[in-house]
Design a protein. Structure first.
Ligand code: AHR
Length: 502
């Protein structure tokens, strides 16, 4: 049978306005993300703060709107006070999460300065592992209170007169995981998160809070964890988090590319749990989802076992992504966009060097991994209203999934700019996909570009020496009989951009 799909797009089939924070990312004090990644004094592109501008330029290309910081597992043992004030007085600490030494050269204020340079907001995580209410409320006061109190005046004395006005905060990290410093049961965490949330919002009522959901879909405590945590925190938080990493460990590409269906099921399940607690509490409030860690993570697992304990900024979690990884990242982005009504925050974990779209060489170049491109395309062109496309596609079965559509696709309509963008992956290993899109009431819209990411070698990677996996704009999408027709190459990521002609 011919590999084909039909799609109907209609202006009024709206899922929701997309919250730009869905294109967020993450920088943890881990490996070379901070030291040697965003910060490398002495690098030829470094500014007076030690920030690498070659990295800054790439982050700007991605238009990252939000960056989660400072962890991750790291935050569960972090004393934020170690990272503020005169740098020469900051202590060196053992980081038990990653068995390294943290120099604290970078801390809250430096990170806020860096975020400003890339025009991103910060999603600040507080330590609910070794610490609790007091450290969290003091950090909110330090960052957000204008002045006239101990911690806000301390910030001013450190040279930051203006409050940082951080809006989004995470109540700890992966507290369901036994690997976490200060791991807790759902009830222990739920109570602590509830009381911490209250105190943080008493300091600054304008902040938004994310409670920890499960570390991944297969955690034995999944579902009960979310229900218990939300039972405690429902009235005090805006978000529940989701984390998920995938890998092609069996080298089964058809099955690998179908993993976004599992992600979809995970998202649906968390929405159901949140709504169950809503019903139970007879609440009018809706909890939103923050998928604040998502990516592929498996290439570097063996190399990480060789790291010398307590070294400073060793190369950890340096996954080198191949072409098939970029396709799954594309499928994951599309999946999240389909839930834009409930999923308002997502953070690609992470941003530089650590399971990241951007890699750096010490004292050398910065370069783009394969996954850079689908992330950039959605972030740049996926702003506006998420549409609910009606899709019928030919399908396949894989080891763990049945009825996997060869076409994974969604569309974003930007009313202000009068643009319509279709994001699409063809999962077929051998055949191009014949796509027909009925664009109904998008009168006067024409195809302005069809970007394609394709490669004959699914294991092809990029490196500091070159980027063989890079997009081109030679896709063949065209307007025909009022609709759009395109042949999506086998195994490809596609961005079909339409704009209203004046
Ligand atoms: O992103 C890497 C790690 O993955 C984070 O520190 C942790 O939260 C998760 O397990």
């Amino acid at each position: 049978m011919k590999n084909q799909a039909k799609m109907i797009l209609e202006k009024d089939f709206k899922i929701s306005e997309i919250d730009n924070r869905i294109y967020g990312s993450f920088i943890e004090h881990l490996g070379r993300a901070v030291y040697g990644g965003i910060y490398e004094p002495g690098h030829p592109t470094a500014d007076e703060h030690g920030f690498r501008h070659d990295v800054i330029e790439m982050v700007k290309e991605l238009q990252v709107p939000l960056v989660r910081y400072p962890g991750g597992n790291f935050v569960s043992g972090y004393n934020w006070e170690d990272g503020v004030g005169p740098v020469e007085q900051r202590p060196r600490r053992l980081d038990l999460a990653w068995r390294t030494t943290e120099t604290n050269e970078m801390g809250t204020n430096e990170f806020m300065q860096w975020a400003k340079l890339v025009s991103a907001e910060v999603n600040m995580a507080v330590n609910l592992g070794t610490r609790g209410i007091d450290a969290a409320r003091n950090l909110v006061e330090y960052c957000n209170h204008p002045g006239g109190s101990y911690y806000s005046d301390l910030r001013i004395s450190h040279g930051f007169k203006e409050a940082h006005k951080i809006k989004t905060w995470c109540l700890g990290n992966e507290m369901d995981g036994p690997w976490q410093i200060g791991h807790k049961t759902a009830a222990e965490y739920g109570r602590l998160a509830q009381e911490t949330a209250k105190a943080m919002k008493w300091v600054d009522p304008t902040i938004e809070l994310v409670a920890c959901g499960s570390s991944h879909r297969k955690m034995p405590t999944f579902a009960d964890w979310e229900a218990t945590v939300l039972d405690f925190t429902y009235d005090h938080v805006e978000f529940i988090s989701l984390h998920q990493y995938y890998g092609n460990r069996d080298n089964d590409i058809s099955n690998y590319l179908a993993l976004s269906l599992e992600m979809d099921d995970f998202i649906r399940s968390v929405i159901s749990i949140a709504d169950y607690i809503k019903a139970k509490k007879h609440s009018k409030k809706k909890i939103h989802l923050a998928f604040d860690e998502w990516n592929i993570w498996y290439h570097s697992n063996e190399a990480d076992k060789q790291i010398e304990p307590w070294s400073i900024a060793p190369p950890q979690l340096e996954d080198i992504y191949n072409f098939e990884d970029a396709l799954l990242v594309g499928c994951m982005l599309i999946t999240m966009l389909k839930h834009a009504d409930r999923l308002k925050i997502a953070c690609l974990a992470q941003l530089v060097n650590v399971i990241a779209p951007i890699m750096t060489e010490s004292n050398g170049v910065a370069w783009k991994q394969t996954i850079f491109y689908p992330y950039m395309h959605t972030s740049v062109y996926g702003r506006g209203v998420g549409l609910n496309p009606i899709i019928s596609s030919s399908k396949y079965d894989s080891k763990d999934f049945t009825d996997v559509p060869f076409l994974e696709s969604t569309a974003v309509y930007n009313e202000e700019n009068e643009t319509l963008t279709i994001f699409a992956v063809n999962r077929h290993l051998e055949e191009g996909l014949h796509l027909e899109v009925d664009i109904r009431n998008f009168e006067g819209y024409e195809v302005i570009e069809h970007i394609v990411l394709e490669n004959d070698d699914i294991k092809q990677t990029n490196s500091a020496q070159g980027t063989p996996v890079a997009p081109h704009s030679n896709g063949n999408a065209k307007k025909e009989n009022g609709g759009v027709k395109a042949l999506l190459p086998k195994l490809s990521w596609n961005v079909i951009r339409l704009a209203k002609q004046k």
